[in-house]
Design a protein around this ligand. Sequence first.
Ligand code: NAD
Ligand code: TYD
Length: 361
Amino acid sequence: MKTILVTGGAGFIGTNFIRHALVARPDWRIVNLDALTYAGNAANLEDLHARYRFVHGNINDSALVESMLAEEKPRGVVHFAAESHVDRSIVGPLDFVETNVAGTTRLLSACRRWWEETGRPDDFRFLHVSTDEVYGSLGPEGFFTEQTAYDPSSPYSASKAASDHMVRAWHRTYGFPALITNCSNNYGPFQFPEKLIPLMILNIIEEKKLPVYGDGRNVRDWLYVIDHCEALMTVLERGTAGQTYNIGGGAERQNIDVVHQLCDLLDQRLGRGGATTSRRLISFVTDRPGHDRRYAIDASKIHKELGWQPRFSFEQALAATVDWYLAHKPWIESVRSGEYRRWIEVHYGGARGKGTEGQRD
Ligand code: NAD
Ligand code: TYD
């Protein structure tokens, strides 16, 4: 049995990764270290028992991480734990520095100490899960490659860029067997309803305003979370230590087109149309400061070297995502209670909930 330590596994991608990997890899056992911030929900995984252990704790707690490493002797670490929402980073950047920069650095230090003390096992690797947002914004043409210079715009992307630099430094300085992946925007089940797709799905269901930032023509390259999880398993198992791999869905869409598609999918399912079409809820609001115009990934390296490519089409997976949210109302209620609701009220003054036009702050 091969033990893998996952950080941040109670969040969106981590939850999907753990659920998918336990089925796809019957010889894996997964230990999940998660601090359960507003974005973490241990209930996502409460039905898992065999080959799964949950530890409630913070990646900044080096004593805890060191004792877990000594006890579990993992063959791999998959590091998801982060503050992940751009809008939150604009109003509260320090949490992003604390977890994404300091937390990643403390985690690297603890893992490296353990890896050296145990004789530098060559079958150990550390996979750092990062974002294409480190590369900044594209114009209408071109793609991000692994050689694109870092040029982050938001406190979130700057903190992820800093964490990537730390991971790369740990490889170059200490020979630590780390790999980095930079992926595009994920969507799918279990995504917290502050990101574009789940937020729009829930607002459409509840007939609330759909706040589209700026002119709605910003482009994201959408990646279905299960395709992402398969790419991560591939990189963990067959990637070369010290390398970076870009992961993208090959599905560039303007935000407004995604919102239109979601309206149409839900109208079909909820029997709306004509005067009640959900498109009537669209509300163009003040743009996000520093809003990157376009992201698009060149994923030819992971395709050529490791044979990965996305399996799901955007249309197919978006419809499956809509159906998942329609079928999981108790999950939605549980993650929206408490701190999330308070945050929305403080920072948006109820704009999302009550449909105030033209204002975000
Ligand atoms: P998420 O916000 O849904 O989940 C983050 C998880 O990390 C939560 O369970 C939270 O409780 C946990 N966490 C936060 N701070 C912690 C700490 N100090 N110690 C331990 N646990 C902590 O995030 P996600 O969308 O699942 O993203 C996972 C990773 O993938 C992040 O590193 C993010 O930067 C990266 N990423 C995400 C996307 C995307 O579209 N969601 C795209 C590119 C990269
Ligand atoms: P988001 O899901 O926050 O991801 P990221 O900022 O990391 O790309 O946003 C995706 C896109 O959707 C981005 O261009 C901002 C836009 N957006 C809106 O127009 N309205 C919203 O309410 C949200 C959350 C995002």
